[in-house]
Design a protein around this ligand. Structure first.
Ligand code: OOG
Ligand code: MG
Length: 262
């Protein structure tokens, strides 16, 4: 750790205020170039602590930057993780008020729900599939608090990996009956297909993103509890949206999920 407790608190307040008031800021490594990974996750943890203290519930986890398309788009090379708070969850077919967001983008993802705990180190795809209750299509809405979505990895981790909203819907899939590597997806914006992909875009297999997350948490002595919803990461580049847009994600064998922006 390079930052003291007061600085971590102050940076958490700065980033969370940007989230709650829908205003952007410059990346925090501009001010604290020496901050390390522990500092970055400590800031994210402090944002989580503040939300819980205000009565929010944590409803899941997310892995991010798990596909080459996303890493290339953002110019970074390591996957990261964040948390999902209750108010991030939008009902299937619901409307998101863009007035509450800065510059939202959508990502096509496959969400996992666990039925047994997962603990690293040594967690692998097999362990993840055995512990998966079901998978379900998900649209993640990211909204970096950094100006023009320009950040480095430590800044984005501190900002809870741009987490903002998410919507799950479609059909629950049994992983024993699916090959998630070849599961195809089509993301549609206003009825037009705008991005295409397959599950293998995410670390070769979306379950690998969940294993990686269990292993990263394992290093901190934490585990993924049973009953956790986890977003495995954008399969394609994120697509910018504005008020009036309508987004649908079709996932092979798993139906579709939609959301509108008002
Ligand atoms: C960071 C969050 C990335 C994903 O699925 O890759 C993410 C960002 O690109 O702003 O959620
Ligand atoms: Mg994502």
């Amino acid at each position: 750790m390079k930052l003291d407790k007061a600085t971590i608190e102050q940076l958490a307040i700065r980033l969370e205020t940007c989230e709650l008031e829908a205003v952007d800021t410059t990346k925090i490594t501009d001010d604290y170039p020496d901050m390390d990974w522990d500092d970055a996750y400590a800031i994210q943890d402090e944002i989580k602590r503040r939300k819980i203290a205000r009565g929010a519930r944590i409803v899941g986890l997310k892995a991010g930057l798990t596909s080459h398309a996303k890493m290339k788009q953002m110019g970074v090379e390591t996957p990261v993780f964040g948390f999902l708070a209750d108010y991030f969850s939008v009902p299937e077919g619901g409307e998101i008020d863009t007035g509450k967001l800065i510059h939202p983008k959508v990502e096509p993802e496959i969400a996992f729900v666990t039925k047994a705990p997962l603990k690293g180190p040594g967690c692998h795809i097999g362990a993840v599939l055995a512990a998966t209750d079901f998978v379900i299509p998900a649209i993640e809405i990211i909204d970096s608090r950094y100006r023009d979505f320009k950040f480095d990895l430590k800044s984005v981790v501190a900002d809870n990996c741009s987490s903002s909203r998410f919507v799950v819907g479609g059909r629950m899939g049994n992983v024993a009956e699916l090959d998630l590597r070849t599961t195809g997806i089509v993301l549609e914006k206003n009825g037009e297909p705008v991005a295409f992909g397959a599950g293998a875009a995410v670390l070769g297999h979306p379950a690998a993103a969940i294993a990686m997350l269990a292993n990263m948490l394992g290093e901190k002595g934490e585990e993924i509890p049973a009953g956790t919803l986890i977003l495995s990461g954008g399969i394609t580049e994120a697509v910018a949206v504005k008020a009036g847009d309508s987004i649908s994600l079709r996932v092979q064998d798993l139906g579709s999920v939609s959301v509108r922006f008002g």
